[in-house]
Design a protein around this ligand. Structure first.
Ligand code: NAD
Length: 335
């Protein structure tokens, strides 16, 4: 990464933004790697966790950057998980009307999902990611070494998104996840590199086709419709990957019942989610009416009619498919 910075941003002052956990784990290593980088100005920290992705912490980081004289010739490096990437990315998008941004994703979720695609932002007390922008980074450097210190919970959380890519876009990846599950769970770096590279490439391909989510990008919302409702009903205390795993289970069943998606694939998906410990959230533990109420205000709903990203009988994505309450009810309470 230092070679890249020296080549493309030789005169930019570099500011790294990281949460305190990641800064504690990797701050020294980063300082060492940056010793030859005259332009390095230090690591700006904030407390780890989703609760920090807010205006207060964004403001505090902006204040620090301005005190340190960050200008249009500054470079922001977001070192961390999705919270850091989203918040530092939003600061980069808006400070001085836009500073160059590099993502150094350290969680699996950030490597396969949040560092790619250009969505940046912060939460508002009335909802997640309500303040934000589309702002593409100059580069993303995903180093598998970071994943060694990730907790099991965070690792499996990221696997939820990995499985989603496999199911909607990449049969070969699906096979790898099945055949190599033990080694992947052991965090074999070669396999992880393969998995992360495939997922990032798939996301790039989707985002290039539809950056602003007019239609095709909604393919990435497979499992997210009910998944988001579960997150909302759980007051965002559940990890995203676990909620969308439950959402994928019901999306697959819906796909089978309304679009003829093969039952064998539904079964394979359920088994794969179990293998990667993504079975701790069950949609049946939630009230159906409460879920339906959340769905009516989902970002993909129109005139309060929920729309799902589903899979059809030919294993192809079916985007923004309108679902009636009775259809969801049947699969929700079905076997
Ligand atoms: N922009 C997008 O397109 C997009 C997509 C998906 C999710 N997101 C956002 O991403 C966020 C979730 O991301 P996340 O799951 O990475 O959360 P996170 O950034 O909070 O990271 C999870 C936890 O893991 C720790 N951590 C990160 N890397 C570590 C490492 N290498 N070793 C040990 N601990 C490490 C963090 O300190 C944190 O406590 C949410 O805010 C979500 O809205 C954004």
């Amino acid at each position: 990464m230092t070679d890249y910075i020296q080549e493309f941003f030789p005169t930019h002052s570099c500011f790294v933004i990281a949460d305190d956990t990641v800064a504690g784990l990797y701050g020294n290593r980063l300082q060492q790697a940056f010793t030859d980088l005259q332009s390095f100005r230090g690591i700006l920290e904030f407390p780890a966790g989703e609760a920090s992705k807010n205006r207060q912490h964004k403001d505090a980081l902006e204040d620090q950057l301005l005190v340190e004289k960050a200008g249009r010739d500054s470079l922001i490096i977001a070192m961390g998980g999705g919270v850091t990437g989203d918040m530092a990315g939003y600061i980069a998008a808006t400070l001085h009307r836009g500073l160059p941004l590099i993502h150094l994703p350290t969680s699996l979720l950030a490597q396969v999902d949040s560092s790619v695609g250009g969505k940046v932002g912060i939460n508002h007390p009335s909802g997640k990611n309500l303040i934000g922008a589309f702002y593409q980074p100059q580069a993303v450097f995903a180093d598998m070494d970071f994943l060694k210190t990730l907790s099991d919970e965070e690792f499996f959380n990221g696997m939820g998104e990995v499985i989603k890519y496999a199911v909607i876009l990449d049969d070969e990846l699906w096979q790898i996840l099945e055949d190599e599950s033990a080694a992947i769970i052991d965090r074999d770096p070669v396999l992880l590199q393969e998995v992360v590279t495939r997922c990032a490439a798939l996301k790039i391909q989707v985002v290039e086709a539809d950056e602003k989510e007019s239609s095709y990008r909604s393919i990435l919302n497979y499992g997210h419709t009910v998944g988001h409702a579960i997150e909302q009903l759980g007051q965002y205390k559940l990890k995203h990957g676990f909620a969308i795993a439950a959402g994928m289970r019901i999306a697959a069943k819906l796909s089978e019942s309304v679009l003829g998606y093969p039952a064998s694939r539904v079964e394979r998906l359920n088994k794969l989610l179990d293998t990667y410990h993504l079975n701790q959230v069950d949609y049946r533990d939630y009230n159906f009416e409460a879920i339906w109420e959340c769905l009516k205000t989902d970002k993909k709903s129109r005139q309060q009619k929920p729309k799902f990203s589903l899979m059809n009988k030919d294993n192809q994505p079916e985007l923004l498919y309108p679902i009636e309450k009775a259809e969801l009810h049947d699969v929700f309470f079905g076997e």
